[in-house]
Design a binder for this molecule. Structure first.
Ligand code: CUA
Length: 383
């Protein structure tokens, strides 16, 4: 068989198998970050538009392909066909009909899309709306619950794991400390860019509490440098009572070890080095509550976002993950992280410059194995 025929033969065999392979690939089950299994009304609106477009697109595909195959078959060359086919130019019926058909179809797509866009961009108002500020950082997320305050006026600040109550409208007010990021929790809403110097917003509403240990996954969806792929986040959804409990726990200070106790060694290291970037709110043995670490503001034209250089660690061990939702939080991972952070996540802490607010990751602090173990022991008590 000549090479060309052999190629065509192989290609046609491949084309017979390819659809089967593609179809089977769809059976692998959905990935965790799917937008096709919405967990709230806004996610469902978006999914509804997708379903509609898929349905109409399938209809057009089948119609066009069907007509084409029919025409090819009906007007194929037959043996003894040597007369030239009838020559025609244009058909008013088909042209006007085609234009009408397209306009109707496009309208069917445009109207629900624009309506959906306007719906999900509406600013929710009222006392029941939970206001959360989001600051995107290279490469982690910071959340400030401006309505959840301790008796001394401190707001609730946490990182990377967002906790929200079910069936409550959550309005995110977002900015970035450095470059453009994009906040995306596929099950709850579409992507929204997080832009330095500007404020953008996004509404989240979740139907039901998430099972323990199975939060809704999210991801920075705008390329933002080295660890963009590891700039993840989790959304834990609670019923009202569990959410209130979580808020109370987060607002309470953690304990500062008493001098000369075993945990005090870790605290000496932590307070000398880690509080250069991380904030932590602690109650000492005299009952005095102090927030240690830098207070920083990320400014925009409209608002100043309270922020820090690294995640707030007051209740680090209440989280399942660290490193922006990338690693399971346990002693081994945390020890490796403190020992050599860039071995777990690509970062350029050598370029950090706190004076200008430029932070590109967690530095290797050169701690000894003993010092690391002491710091980890301390962090494990901050639940
Ligand atoms: Cu932040 Cu990608």
């Amino acid at each position: 068989m000549p090479a060309r025929h052999q190629f065509i033969h192989r290609f046609s065999r491949f084309m017979r198998v390819a659809p089967v392979v593609l179809l089977l690939a769809a059976c692998s089950g959905s990935g965790p970050q799917t937008a096709l299994e919405p967990q709230g009304p806004i996610g469902r609106d978006i999914d509804g538009v997708w379903d509609l477009v898929l349905m109409l697109a399938t209809f057009v595909f089948v119609l066009v392909m069907g007509l084409m195959v029919w025409a090819m078959w009906r007007y194929r060359e037959r043996p003894g066909d040597d007369a030239e086919p009838k020559q025609l130019h244009g058909s008013s019926v088909i042209e006007i009909g085609g234009v009408h058909f397209s306009v109707v179809l496009q309208t069917d797509i445009t109207v629900p899309t624009v309506r959906g866009l306007l719906d999900i961009r509406q600013v929710p108002e009222g006392p029941d709306v939970l206001q959360i500020r989001v600051t995107g950082h290279q490469w982690w997320w910071e959340f400030e619950y401006v309505d959840e305050t301790a008796p001394d006026g401190r707001t609730l600040i946490t990182a990377n794991e967002l906790h929200i109550p079910e069936d409550v409208t959550v309005y995110l007010t977002m900015t970035s400390a450095d470059v453009i990021h994009s906040f995306w929790v596929p099950a709850l809403n579409g992507k929204r860019d997080v832009v330095p110097g500007r404020v953008t917003n996004l509404t989240l509403i979740a139907d039901d509490p998430t099972p323990p240990g199975e939060p809704l996954p999210g991801q920075c969806a705008e390329f933002c440098g080295l660890a963009h792929a590891d700039m993840r986040l989790k959304v834990h959804v609670h019923d009202a009572a569990n959410y209130a409990t979580w808020v109370d726990e987060q607002l309470a200070p953690s304990a500062q070890p008493a001098p000369e106790t075993p945990l005090d060694a870790g605290w000496q290291t932590f307070s000398a080095l880690c509080t250069a970037c991380h904030q932590v709110t602690l109650e000492d043995v005299e009952g005095e509550v102090t927030t240690h670490g830098p207070e920083r503001y990320v400014t925009t034209d409209d608002l100043d976002f309270r922020s820090s250089f690294g995640p707030n660690l007051t209740h680090l061990y209440s989280r399942d993950t660290f490193g922006s939702g990338t690693f399971t939080l346990n002693e081994d991972h945390l020890s490796q992280w403190i020992d050599n952070p860039a071995s777990l996540k690509p970062m350029r802490a050598d370029r950090n410059d706190l004076a200008t607010g430029r932070v590109l990751g967690m530095p290797d602090l050169g701690l000894s194995p003993t010092e690391i173990a002491e710091v980890v022991d301390l962090l494990e008590t901050w639940r």
